[in-house]
Design a protein around this ligand. Structure first.
Ligand code: NAI
Length: 328
């Protein structure tokens, strides 16, 4: 099949081309897919997209008119795709449901440990010959209660890792899973999780229902000095409320790999440009905030799995073989 692949970087080209082994005709494009760039899909029967491509109803309608029959996401989350519009236009949508839950869970743990032991600050100090420890005091992870919002594939790996630290783990998920229960995770209501956890980490998808699940009201229910980690999707947090929580000291630590408006910022070198997002700029001023640019998935193993599954999805679609389709 002829496939237009959007939002591509060198690493996408490398891994996807290797997995493809010349099976499909791939055309790699750097821009995001959106209403302005959708014309690039002309001549393709399939498009392949990533987390910040805007696959809304208007884009889908245009894709259909260009003859596109398949949208292959090379990620797990699909909040950026209007599934009902895709169904309406008879376009199949597939994704990579799991490529490495370890990659994302381990990155979440990296954020927790770096914030706790202030590795980001210590790194800079030592490079400048400052070996003073003032301000670097951390806490033992052992015995601290961690609350996981969402215990699917990634949340489950988080729970397994946290067991090794000796952290009592609470979870909130409309669909509790037995694997977590078997290692001692206690499922509670969201309010209890918010009130009891020293560290709260989000591992649920973004849906219209849970946008801003961490609002000002939710923050008010948390312990003073709580650590908040979000490697899922930016709009799960009301960022303005988060900033207020940081200013008041209610939130003691914040680790983010995602940001509500990341589409305009992440995945590019903007070091020579003026940052125009004042909310993001404010987040960068806090010494107890660490932000990474949506890199939690970014391990060799995950890239191999994403590429292999994406090519497999496209091949199965072409051959009319059974596919795990997303329905609108
Ligand atoms: P999953 O589908 O295996 O698990 C999600 C879990 O969240 C399910 O158990 C579901 O019941 C639960 N859930 C749904 N709504 C909820 C709510 N309102 N409150 C609490 N739980 C809720 O998904 P997986 O693979 O664990 O991924 C989780 C999220 O991580 C993805 O949706 C994606 O947004 C994000 N992600 C981020 C990456 C990164 O690089 N930063 C990479 C991969 C995924």
């Amino acid at each position: 099949m002829n496939v237009a692949i959007f939002s591509t970087k060198n690493y996408d080209r490398e891994f996807v081309s290797a997995a493809n082994a010349s099976r499909h005709e791939l055309r790699f494009f750097e821009p995001h897919l959106n209403e302005e760039t959708v014309g690039l899909a002309s001549g393709s029967e399939a498009v392949c997209v990533f987390v910040n491509d805007q696959v809304n109803a208007a884009v889908i309608e245009k894709l259909r008119s260009l003859g596109v029959r398949l949208i292959a996401l090379r990620c797990a989350g699909y909040n950026n795709v209007d599934l009902s519009a895709a169904t309406k236009h008879g376009i199949t949508v597939v994704r990579v449901p799991a490529y490495s839950p370890y990659a994302v869970a381990e990155h979440s743990i990296a954020l927790i440990l770096a914030l706790n032991r202030k590795v980001h600050r210590a790194y800079n100090r030592v490079r400048e010959g400052n070996f003073a420890l003032d301000g670097l005091v951390g806490f033992d992870m052992h015995g601290k209660t961690v609350g996981l919002i969402g215990t699917g594939q990634i949340g489950t790996v988080m729970a397994q890792i946290l067991t090794g630290f000796g952290c009592p783990t609470l979870a909130f998920d409309p669909f509790p899973n037995a694997a977590c229960r078997s290692i001692g995770v206690r499922y509670v209501e969201l309010d209890e999780l918010l009130a009891q956890s020293d560290i709260i980490s989000l591992h649920c998808p973004l849906t219209p229902q849970n946008k801003y699940i961490i609002s000002g009201g939710a923050i008010a229910k948390m312990k003073n000095g709580v650590m908040l980690i979000n490697t899922s999707r930016g709009a799960l947090l009301d960022t303005v409320a988060i900033i207020n929580g940081l200013k008041s000291g209610k939130i003691g630590y914040l680790g983010l790999d995602v940001y509500e408006e990341e589409e305009e910022i992440f995945f590019e070198d903007r070091s020579g440009l003026i940052l125009s997002d004042d909310v993001f700029a404010r987040l960068l001023t806090f010494p107890n905030v660490i932000i990474t640019g949506h890199q939690a998935f970014f391990t060799r193993e995950a890239l191999l799995n994403i590429a292999a599954r994406t090519i497999d999805n496209i091949t199965k679609f072409e051959n009319n073989q059974p596919l795990e389709k997303l329905a609108g």
